[in-house]
Design a binder for this molecule. Structure first.
Ligand code: ZN
Length: 260
């Protein structure tokens, strides 16, 4: 973990200046996943929630398997940036002034606008106790603030997937920072993120497990409409190495549901 010293330095600095801002890790330390619910009153759901994510999709009676595409309008993003936010590699962008030009999905008759996507390694969700090398989360928000997430399993292949070329570029950029630099300050502009091509590669999100869960990171907000797509997307070996080099292990453990 080449960033550990840098992150520790940043954490000490941020705790000193903003005493109320909690932070979390994926380790076995006091800020690890077992303790997220104790780190801030705003994160209590991580401990007390009854519909927490991720789950084993093959083992939960509350999960439904659906074989219809998700209604969506995904547009090519022309003003996005990719960076490492301290926990995950994430792509952000400014929403278009015209709401109809935004990317959206419709789930349960409700429209949700795509607001960001990010990565976990290895996958957080499992199927009959099997996990994959990574998981991509597309996070959508409705006008009333409720969330819908699409999860794509990432599967390691020797050949790189051109769609993810900027993961390697981000890792290279961070590697060139002077020692002691904060890796979260590096943002690469992305002038064309072809979301329609991603949706096509994911067969328009057909063949998916759906259930109501939560964000898998603090504040662990619930009532998230999850769609986990069955067919994985390929991620090249070099791209996977770059992803792990940037974010390390960032996968929350499987959550027990009521009645289990
Ligand atoms: Zn996520």
């Amino acid at each position: 973990m080449k960033f550990s010293l840098t992150i520790a330095t940043v954490l000490v600095a941020s705790i000193a200046t903003t005493a109320l801002a909690a932070t979390y890790t994926y380790g076995t330390d006091d800020a690890g996943p077992q303790h997220w619910g104790d780190l801030s009153p705003l994160w209590a759901r991580c401990k007390t929630g009854l519909q927490q994510s991720p789950i084993d999709l093959g083992a939960e009676p509350s999960v439904t398997f659906v074989t219809q595409p998700i209604q969506h309008r995904y547009a090519v993003l022309t003003n996005a940036t990719v960076g490492f936010n301290g926990h995950a590699v994430q792509v952000d962008w400014t929403q278009p002034a015209d709401p109809s030009a935004a990317s959206w999905i419709e789930v349960g008759g409700k429209r949700y606008t795509l607001v960001q996507f990010h990565f976990h390694s290895p996958s957080e969700h499992r199927v009959d106790n099997h996990f994959t090398d990574g998981e991509m989360h597309l996070v959508h928000r409705a006008d009333d603030g409720t969330l819908a997430a699409i999860g794509l399993f990432l599967e390691l292949k020797v050949a790189n997937n051109p769609w993810f070329s900027w993961i390697t570029a981000l890792d290279n950029a961070v590697d060139q920072l002077p020692p002691g630099s904060d890796p979260t300050q590096t943002k690469l502009p992305l002038t064309s993120v072809d979301l329609p091509a991603l949706a096509t590669a994911a067969q328009n999100f057909s063949n998916r497990w759906t259930y109501t869960g939560s964000l898998t990171t603090p504040p662990c907000t619930e009532s998230v409409a999850w769609s986990m797509v069955k067919e994985p997307i390929s991620l090249g070996l070099e791209q996977f190495d770059a992803l792990v080099d940037l974010e390390g292990f960032n996968s929350r453990y499987i959550q027990d549901r009521p009645g289990k």
